[in-house]
Design a protein around this ligand. Structure first.
Ligand code: AP5
Ligand code: MG
Length: 238
């Protein structure tokens, strides 16, 4: 019995070192959170949980949450914490999150961060979060946002300037006509940046202070950034 218990304990210890656990991708609009999350999904086989994508799916389906969120998103403001936390809580109950998950665009306020911290603290055996903040300068961000195109079927992300599809206007994987997000205008981008500076920048400092935090330069090729994030997470999980 005790030998079996030791084996289980050793297994748990090994898991703690190899499981990705909860990863937070933080950064301003357009830094590449979604792009990097998709790279990490391929490596670790854990889900990407993008609160922006979940909210847009609710808008598209016309759910009560979507009806409340639509105008807020299109103004570039943040959806209230209680609504977003509830949506994330429901997603985290799904079984594919057991080995870890990549939170893309959450938490975005100190209220959301405290909610997540408390939730993980109350979960026996849960690994602590590793937070990665991606940095890109303002002018690059504006170009990325206005040049972004998305596949409505598989959510692949392109950019007409720097990361175009093989056939102009169509997804490489699905062949579907690419779309532009309603909030990807210069005017709404400025509002999103204001919300980021006022409400989300303090979240970055919150996780920096907690340790298990890395900052990466997002103005490099996608694969180079992904490799740096993976190395940082592995180092911070030791
Ligand atoms: P959300 O969808 O999360 O938008 P965001 O944070 O503004 O971030 P983006 O999705 O615009 O950018 P990204 O960092 O994912 O960049 P991407 O990889 O696409 O949120 C939208 C709205 O929903 C919010 O404004 C708010 O209203 C609401 N919301 C969401 N979460 C919320 C929350 N937690 N609380 C409250 N409200 C919430 O890349 C951008 C472009 O750059 C692409 O074209 C891509 O091809 C290109 N690119 C990426 N990487 C590179 C690279 N290395 N080099 C060159 N180009 C690159
Ligand atoms: Mg995104």
């Amino acid at each position: 019995m005790s030998a079996l218990m030791t084996e289980i304990e050793q297994g748990r210890e090994a898991d703690r070192k190899t499981l990705p656990g909860p990863i937070l991708l933080l950064g301003a609009p357009g830094v590449g959170k979604g792009t990097q999350a998709k790279e990490l999904v391929k490596i670790w086989g854990i889900p990407q949980i993008s609160t922006g994508d979940l909210l847009r799916a609710n808008v598209a389906q016309g759910t009560p949450l979507g009806l409340q969120a639509k105008e807020i998103i299109n103004r570039g403001e943040l959806v209230p914490d209680t609504l977003v936390n509830e949506m994330v809580a429901a997603r985290l109950f799904e079984p594919d999150t057991v080995r870890g998950y990549i939170l893309d665009g959450f938490p975005r306020t100190l209220g959301q961060a405290c909610w997540l911290d408390a939730r993980l603290a109350g979960q026996a055996g849960a690994l602590p979060v590793v937070a990665v903040s991606i940095q890109v300068n303002y002018n690059q961000l504006l170009r990325r946002i206005t040049g972004r195109r998305i596949c409505p079927v598989c959510q692949s992300i392109y950019n007409i300037y720097v990361n175009p599809p093989k056939r102009d206007g169509f997804c490489d994987i699905e062949g579907a006509a690419l779309i532009q997000r309603d909030d990807d205008t210069e005017e709404v981008f400025k509002e999103r940046m204001r919300a980021y500076a006022a409400l989300t920048a303090p979240v970055v400092e919150h996780y920096r202070d907690q340790g298990r935090f890395a900052e990466v330069d997002g103005d490099r090729p996608i694969a180079v950034i992904a490799a740096e994030i993976i190395a940082a997470v592995e180092r911070l999980r030791q």
